[in-house]
Design a binder for this molecule. Structure first.
Ligand SMILES: Cc1ncc(C[n+]2csc(CCOP(=O)(O)OP(=O)(O)O)c2C)c(N)n1
Ligand SMILES: [Mg+2]
Length: 399
């Protein structure tokens, strides 16, 4: 376990994590009320990985994330009210209300998205690092992506060029043990993801992503190597999302006990307790952090509610559309008004049907469920010693 930093840093780490947690809980509620539209991917449970990473970055460094990045933007300093306005699809949102949950973006804070294509942010990160190199700018690009993304072709291509061109880039894989409904050992032949870039000349390490100090320390070293030695590295942080993949996830691929086991070592509560036990923070300060977070989130919702929707006639602004091809069909075939939310409302039912049909469980609807798995950073790799969760019979039998 890494040492605790000084009191004001501890306060800041706790404050950021708490703010992100409260923000996302509220975002979930606003989604239920259909105030936030589109898809919503919450990272509740992953706050230590997010804040530990950004706390090791300098202002001039770039961050590129996935579609699960409300917290990443807030951790980089984007105002929560602007993130909430984006979820609400309002003009004061970070992308003018055009991007929604998956496309939070803040150029000023050098948070370069927010990206919906799994693995698509990897080459973008290498490109940003190449541009820094080209311009002689003292900036490191930090690229955060999921365990699932480590299987994409982009992963290998990016690792190769990053190492070959000695780019100032640092990679962090947020291993939350699942890509949608598929567990790591069912989607990746190599489950030690820290080793996955070795063949490209990029070394890696594994850390406990539920410990904000461990993440901060590991990332600081990775960023240092990128900045000073132009040596890209890969850190694998074990973390866990408490909620489903998105708001429309019936979660048939994991057991309640597994979620509860991770919740018992909650990264925010554990860190607060550690700070109090070490006399670095008082109970009063911890409470103050919670109260302030609640206030900020309440203000964010009020701000988002008050912000107008983009004007209908601005629909084609900021789009790459060949003029003659623009047409209302892009919104809806029947009439020019956008029909908001219709499809999203269908999503929970559609997702359940898919899951029950076996799509989210690799075509093994009646097979044994995965066992609750402890944090591999503490307990070793899932491949070492854990029995395969699916019997050979089921594996061979169904399609
Ligand atoms: C190229 C591509 N393929 C598939 C999808 C659908 N998809 C969205 S999220 C996801 C799972 C990604 O899992 P992971 O990388 O582990 O990130 P996590 O959601 O766990 O944060 C998939 C397959 C997509 N968005 N892009
Ligand atoms: Mg994942």
């Amino acid at each position: 376990m890494a040492d605790l930093p000084d009191a004001s840093t501890c306060y800041e780490l706790l404050a950021r994590m708490t703010l992100i947690r409260r923000f996302e809980e509220e975002a979930g509620r606003q989604y239920q009320r259909a105030k936030a539209g589109g898809f919503l991917h919450l990272a509740i449970g992953e706050e230590a990985t997010i804040v530990g990473t950004t706390s090791a970055m300098r202002e001039q460094d770039y961050l590129v994330g996935t579609y699960r990045t409300h917290g990443h933007a807030i951790a980089r300093g984007t105002e929560p009210k602007r993130v909430m306005a984006e979820l609400f699809g309002r003009v004061d949102g970070t992308s003018g209300g055009r991007g929604g949950s998956m496309h939070i973006f803040d150029r000023e804070k050098r948070f370069m998205g927010g990206y919906g294509i799994v693995g698509g942010n990897l080459p973008i990160a290498a490109g940003l690092a190449l541009s820094s190199e080209y311009k002689g700018e003292d900036a490191v690009t930090v690229c955060m992506f999921g365990d699932g993304a480590s299987n994409t072709g982009n992963f290998g291509e990016t690792m190769n060029l990053a190492a070959l061109w000695s780019l100032p880039v640092f990679f962090l894989v947020e291993n939350n043990l699942y890509g949608m409904g598929t567990s790591v050992e069912r989607h990746s032949a190599q489950t030690d993801l820290s080793k996955k870039a070795e063949g490209y000349g990029i070394s890696g390490e594994r850390i406990d992503g539920m410990d904000v100090t461990a993440v901060r320390e590991g990332v600081a070293e990775g960023i240092r190597q990128a900045r000073e030695e132009r040596r890209p590295t890969l850190l694998e942080a074990f973390t866990y999302r408490y909620r489903g993949h998105s708001a429309a996830d019936p979660e048939v691929y994991r057991e309640r006990e597994e979620v509860e086991e991770w919740q018992r070592k909650d990264p925010i509560e554990a860190f607060a307790q550690r700070c109090v036990d070490a006399d670095v923070l008082g109970e009063r300060e911890v409470q103050e952090v919670r109260d302030k977070a609640d206030e900020q989130v309440k203000a964010a919702v009020e701000f988002a509610e008050a912000s107008p929707e983009p004007a209908l006639d601005s629909l084609y602004e900021s789009l790459y559309v060949v003029e003659q091809e623009a047409g209302w069909y892009a919104v809806d075939e029947r009439s020019p008004e956008p029909h908001r939310g219709e499809r999203e409302e269908e999503m929970p039912r559609a997702a359940r049907e898919l899951a029950e049909a076996g799509a989210a469980y690799g075509g093994q609807p009646d097979g044994p469920r995965p066992q609750a798995r402890p944090n591999p950073a503490e307990q070793g790799d899932a491949q070492e010693g854990v029995e395969p969760e699916v019997s050979a019979e089921v594996e061979e039998g169904e399609d």
